[in-house]
Design a protein around this ligand. Structure first.
Ligand SMILES: *Cc1c(COP(=O)(O)O)cnc(C)c1O
Length: 787
């Protein structure tokens, strides 16, 4: 790096006629961003040229939840400390950049995974570029008002965006039946750590081919004059705020096809520049990973584009199939994409026609393999009026993978079992991971220093398996050091929560944390119920040795998800009760922090003692939040689900707090009949807790338990026409959960033993690096080179 400060002075002067110390935070952000981009430009160009000369892979994802870029980029370049000092000399605190919002072009785990994978690929020199959509508005910002979620548009571009380069010259057009739009690429540099390699995230923005209809304007038809512009821009206007729920809107279909078509045209243009029009070797040079089914229209679109180059259907399909692989992220039926054939015909008729050809080919192939009618019927890609995207992706790709061992087993045994029987060689597991640069190095410098000291170098930054040396560092002094670091991170979080939400959190309590999207299957409600049970026990003097605990929740609910919103309200009502009850307020504190996002996560995961991972067994495909907590030395209080299982296996199940029914138990209950109302009758404590929803203990909008809380109660005890009572088995798991939580609380009192459990979690978190995961993808799915 050259002289950063000198360059920053010049940029400040040129762009704002100001000295560096006179810049506003947002000006400083832009100016420093520009300087950094200038510094990396040569390496970026070099990396691009290198990747262009070799087999490479692309990550197609409708979401990239990147988080704040400034600190991460400076960190990966190894100049964060230097820049911090240089700015300090000018009287500028580097924390000013916290005023700049992070772009949330994703909902939760799936989008964050995509971001971690880009980071890891850049660091491990895997030639992997991302393709997605440059939404004007990312995930909404959340306020909590009177206990209710309020959504506000996330206009992240108001701070400008120094990290993206607009490439007007590489724009392409994308056509729908009723509309043709321009796709303009914005390139974001993805900077590797301890390497000169830089990868690219290319995000497409939709714009009008003709911005302005002059004739219409002259005819005083002002709306029509800008109609094309508005219609085009609508396509990349907003991220759908749904997590694990399929939203079948026309606009969503357009978004998906838009970025798939633009990205494929881009890849094919590059291929053509090298090889001319002979596309027969396309699959030898390119691998495309479909992050869930959102980008599945990539397959028929690739067929269509190859046909335009003169190729026949069969050959084009074989190439598409060899190029694409599919990652499944969910088994929840409400999240499995199914498009109606009618709608597809209205929006992208040529694509629908090609899907029909693929669907027929699939059935022919199955007949040739001797698959009987009954089984073939279950494998129809087009079934009646529904196009099953997961089936299309499974058939029309080389590999299909789950994201944790248990999840992959469930795919094979249940969701995609017919497919597994016919094509067993396609199924792979790729347990998710997280990048240790952002989720340890950057967000926990104190623990990083301890680790670097024990490892003897900071090589763990690029090889997380190095953490295992900590297994031999479980002496009293090290544990004590770890506990001190954790205490410090809790003080820092308490200050941050005070600043962001105004709560007075006591850092001298256990921090028991549940942060993730709000969803019934994740069961924030079981956590809330356990707190109520503990509250009653404390009031009755039944928990004399309870160590004071702060329960921290953070979660956004999809705006249309009424039950999720009712759960937020219920948690805030509990907070009002226990935080103000003189019998309990010194022992129990509950806070629902607002606007949980990547930046908040960075402060939270480092400060947690206990990581709540309470999904119903079999329903959380992997989870990655669980890994962030583990890496920073929290124990998992969770179910035998997703990656929790692998976390417990790595760190030792005795160092976690696992509770509740396993998948087999849930399956048995479903078969034999599950009667939650019966369980409540046998257990007065449970009944009392659950009745707080309806007995007037709490107030849901002036209704004293007669509003949305009654609906929650009804769903648990009676069910509805669309699901059985207690569909997520809360009442089944609650007793074991309460006892397990109390056991964890008691264990915490032995600071040395508990600290040892925490350290063992850190020591054995190596597997959960996204570096490990991305290298598995590179070696076993994409077959591309790397470091
Ligand atoms: C990691 C992360 C998630 C995913 O959390 P899970 O607990 O795995 O669902 C969601 N949102 C943000 C902001 C994250 O950083």
């Amino acid at each position: 790096m050259g002289n950063i400060m000198e360059k920053l002075e010049i940029t400040a002067q040129e762009a704002y006629c100001k000295k560096v110390e006179e810049l506003t935070p947002s000006e400083l952000h832009l100016a420093l961003g520009k300087v950094v981009m200038g510094e990396i430009a040569p390496n970026w160009a070099k990396s691009k040229a290198k990747h262009n000369s070799e087999r490479r892979a692309y990550y197609f994802s409708a979401e990239f939840l990147m988080g704040r870029m400034m600190y991460n980029n400076l960190y990966c370049l190894g100049i964060l400390d230097e820049v911090t000092k240089l700015l300090k000399k000018k009287g500028i605190d580097i924390n000013v950049f916290e005023e700049i919002d992070d772009a949330a072009l994703g909902n939760g785990g799936l989008g964050r995974l995509a971001a971690c994978y880009l980071d890891s690929a850049a660091t491990q020199e895997v030639p992997l570029d991302g393709y997605g959509i440059r939404y004007k508005y990312g995930l909404f910002k959340q306020l909590i008002k009177d206990g209710y979620q309020v959504e506000i548009a996330d206009n992240w571009q108001r701070f400008k965006d120094p990290w993206c380069v607009r490439r007007e010259d590489e724009a392409v057009t994308v056509s729908f039946k009723d509309q043709t739009v321009k796709a303009v690429p914005y390139d974001m540099a993805v900077i590797g750590c301890k390497t000169d390699n830089i990868n690219t995230l290319r995000l497409w923005q939709a714009e009008a081919v003709n911005e302005f209809d002059f004739t219409a304007f002259n005819n005083t038809e002002y709306d029509r004059a800008v109609k094309e512009k508005n219609d085009a821009e609508n396509i990349s206007k907003v991220l759908y705020p749904n997590d694990n729920k399929y939203e079948g809107k026309v606009l969503r279909l357009k978004q998906q096809y838009f970025f798939c078509s633009a990205s494929l045209q881009d890849i094919m243009r590059r291929y053509k520049a090298k090889h001319g029009t002979d596309f027969s070797h396309f699959a030898e040079e390119n691998a495309i990973q479909l992050n869930d089914t959102h980008p599945v229209s990539c397959v028929p679109e690739l067929v269509r584009l190859l046909q335009l180059e003169g190729m026949g259907f069969d050959e084009a399909f074989e190439i598409a199939r060899k190029t694409c692989s599919y990652t499944n992220h969910t088994v929840l039926s409400e999240a499995l994409e199914k498009w109606s054939a009618d709608l597809m015909t209205q929006v992208i008729p040529e694509i629908y026609d090609i899907i029909c050809l693929i669907a027929n080919k699939c059935q022919e192939e199955l007949i040739a393999k001797g698959i009987n009618n009954e089984m073939r019927a279950k494998m129809r890609i087009i079934d009646g009026n529904a196009v099953h995207m997961a089936r299309l992706a499974t058939y029309a790709g080389t590999y299909v993978n789950g994201v944790a061992q248990l999840h992959t087993e469930i795919l094979k045994a249940d969701l995609l079992k017919e497919w597994y029987q016919v094509y067993p060689e396609r199924f792979l597991n790729k347990t998710n991971g997280i990048t240790q640069r952002r989720w340890l190095g950057l967000c926990n410098p104190e623990l990083s220093e301890l680790i670097t000291d024990k490892v003897g170098s900071d090589d763990w930054l690029i090889d997380l398996s190095k953490l295992s040396v900590l297994n031999d560092c479980l002496d009293a002094r090290t544990i004590n050091k770890f506990n001190k670091i954790k205490a410090k991170k809790k003080v820092q979080l308490a200050e941050y929560i005070k600043k962001m939400d105004g709560f007075d959190v006591n850092p001298d309590t256990i921090f028991d944390v549940q942060v993730k999207r709000l969803h019934e299957y994740k069961r924030q409600l079981i956590n809330a119920f356990s707190i109520m049970a503990i509250y009653f026990r404390i009031k009755e003097g039944k928990l004399p040795n309870w160590t004071p605990t702060t329960f921290i929740f953070g979660a956004k609910a999809a705006p249309g998800y009424a039950r999720a919103k009712a759960i937020i309200k219920y948690i805030t009502e509990i907070a009002n009760l226990v935080n103000n009850d003189p019998d309990t307020k010194d022992k129990l504190q509950v806070y629902f922090i607002s606007n949980y996002n990547v930046s908040y996560a960075e402060k939270i995961v480092v400060a947690a003692d206990i990581s709540e991972q309470t999904s119903t067994a079999g329903l959380e495909a992997s989870g990655t939040g669980n890994m962030k907590f583990m890496l920073n030395g929290a124990v998992t209080l969770g179910t035998w689900d997703g990656a929790n299982i692998e976390i417990a296996e790595c760190a030792g199940v005795e160092n976690e707090y696992i509770f509740g029914a396993r998948v087999e138990d849930i399956d048995r209950l479903k078969k034999e009949g599950y009667n939650p109302a019966g369980l409540l009758e046998q257990n007065p404590e449970l009944k009392r807790v659950i009745n707080t929803l309806i007995d007037g203990t709490f107030d849901d909008d002036g209704a004293q338990g007669e509003g949305s809380f009654r609906e929650l109660h009804h769903a648990l005890t009676k069910g509805t026409h669309w699901h059985d009572p207690d569909h997520y088995f809360l009442i089944q798991d609650l007793p074991d959960y309460i006892e397990t939580k109390i056991r964890a609380n008691a264990d915490y009192a032995d600071r040395k033993e508990f600290g040892k459990k925490c350290l063992l979690n850190v020591a054995n978190a190596g597997k959960f690096s996204s570096d490990r995961a991305i290298l598995e993808y590179a070696n076993e799915i994409w077959h591309v080179s790397h470091k």
